[in-house]
Design a protein around this ligand. Structure first.
Ligand code: PLP
Length: 431
């Protein structure tokens, strides 16, 4: 084993350092495998209940009327995530689009949107109109209110009660921390928040941005009282195989509203050709529980290794996980660049290219990104990025298999080690 790692560029010291942690994490990994087993059965049960058949993989073109595979897949998603209905389409271009669709179709002029968990994901700022933007909810007369989390990460129940008013129509709850430092919300905590909101007004629609959260736990937010969950197929539920797409699942009325907005009033879910991607959607969903397990192991492995080397990590090495994102504060530009170079060098695709920091449109600082993915921009595949500014934190996620995630992390460690940016305790090298 050591030899093949060496052939890939991992030195003996780095390999052995990693092995130590893998052994320590055995119990934790077993738990993750149990969750994957449960979720695998959940997916199978949903696929069987809706009689998934070979005909489902045929696909359609043109209007896409009577697309059996598409319609069945939407039933499978609804069943699997605990909703009444779902919209799962390649025409939903990404997670932001799915979220915008869910919001724009379920809110009307004069309504108010409330985020009780602080600022939502960056790209939603323009959807909502927090940053003025063409076509935002604000332009359509939909107002927005936000209640930040308390300093200790708790919900500001008093603040939420005060913020809710006669106009409050929809509450948006982001499960994952995204690029913030607050903790990710567990399904249980999301459930508590929803109960509180529904007690004040049972009519309010509770939507959860489920990006990066699918299959991390045994329960999904619809099972904890959410009316609607929204996510991207090039993250967890696409299992790495879906080449595009997004989904909305939940109450029939919410999903129908979204369908009428995605296509047209009167047409709704009836149209929308699946263009040959259906089989990859099914197969991706089928594999998603194990893919997510691999990504989670990678995140936990990295957290423990980097924490041991004195780099702050969020979440830390021992806390429970509710999404697949890992942040590591690398403290210097050199270390951030070296980390990303390692992730890139371990990729199955484009391992020969070197990531460089660049001034990306829409960002204040230079950003560095590492990705060697089969699907462009897919972040269920091993990927890392971070802005070149203090405290030089890298956010990384994914890995279609645990073994690839492991190699990526060891390679990042290798690059830092070679650059003389860390000392591996318990190995022969002394800096
Ligand atoms: C990724 C993500 C989004 C946006 O998804 P895109 O597919 O990148 O548009 C929204 N919210 C959260 C929490 C995310 O992680």
């Amino acid at each position: 084993m050591e030899e093949i790692y060496q052939q890939l560029g991992i030195s003996k010291e780095v390999f052995q350092y990693g092995q130590k942690f893998e052994a320590l994490l055995e119990g934790r990994f077993r738990e993750i495998d149990k969750t994957a087993e449960y979720n695998q059965l959940k997916v199978l049960k949903a696929m069987q209940a809706h009689k998934t058949s070979a005909e489902c993989f045929m696909g359609s073109t043109g209007y896409g009327y009577n697309d059996l595979g598409r319609d069945t897949l939407e039933d499978v998603y609804a069943h699997c995530f605990g909703g009444e209905a779902a919209l799962v389409r390649p025409q939903i271009t990404c997670g932001t689009h799915a979220l915008a669709l869910a919001l724009m179709s379920n809110l009307r002029p004069g309504d108010e949107l409330l985020s009780p968990v602080g600022k939502p994901y960056d790209t939603l700022e323009e959807v909502i109109g927090i940053r003025p933007s063409k076509g935002s909810l604000a332009e359509y007369g939909i107002s927005y209110r936000q209640v930040d989390l308390l300093e200790d990460g708790g919900f500001d129940y008093d603040g939420i009660r005060k913020a809710m008013n006669g106009k409050t129509k929809l509450v948006t709850i982001q499960r994952s921390k995204g690029y913030q430092t607050r903790p990710t919300l567990s399904v249980e905590r999301i459930g508590e928040l929803i109960s509180f909101v529904k007690e004040i007004n049972p009519e309010v629609i509770c939507m959860v941005d489920n990006c990066y959260g699918e299959f991390v736990e045994r329960r999904e937010p619809l099972e904890a009282g959410a009316d609607m969950i929204v996510g991207s197929l090039i993250k967890n539920p696409g299992g790495g195989l879906a080449p595009v797409g997004g989904y909305i699942a939940g109450k029939k009325e919410c999903v129908e509203n979204a369908a009428y907005r995605l296509t047209s009033p009167g047409l709704g879910k009836e149209v929308g050709a699946s263009l040959g991607v259906t089989q990859s959607f099914y197969q991706g969903l089928f594999l998603a529980p194990t893919v997510v397990a691999g990504a989670l192991k990678g995140a936990i492995f990295a957290a423990n290794i980097y924490e041991s080397l004195g780099f702050p990590v969020v979440p830390n090495g021992t806390e429970s996980r509710h999404d697949i994102i890992q942040a590591v504060t690398l403290k210097s530009r050199e270390a951030l660049v070296a980390f990303c170079k390692g992730i890139q060098a371990a990729a199955p695709v484009d391992s020969h290219v070197t990531p460089e920091p660049w001034a990306m449109p829409g960002y204040g600082d230079e950003v560095i990104m590492a990705a060697g993915a089969f699907v462009q921009g897919s972040s269920i595949e091993l990927s890392a990025d971070g802005p070149l500014r203090e405290p030089y934190a890298v956010y990384f996620q994914g890995g279609l298999t645990w073994y690839h995630a492991k190699l990526g992390i060891l390679m990042s460690l290798q690059k830092l080690y070679e650059a003389g940016l860390l000392v591996l305790h318990g190995t022969s090298k002394i800096n």
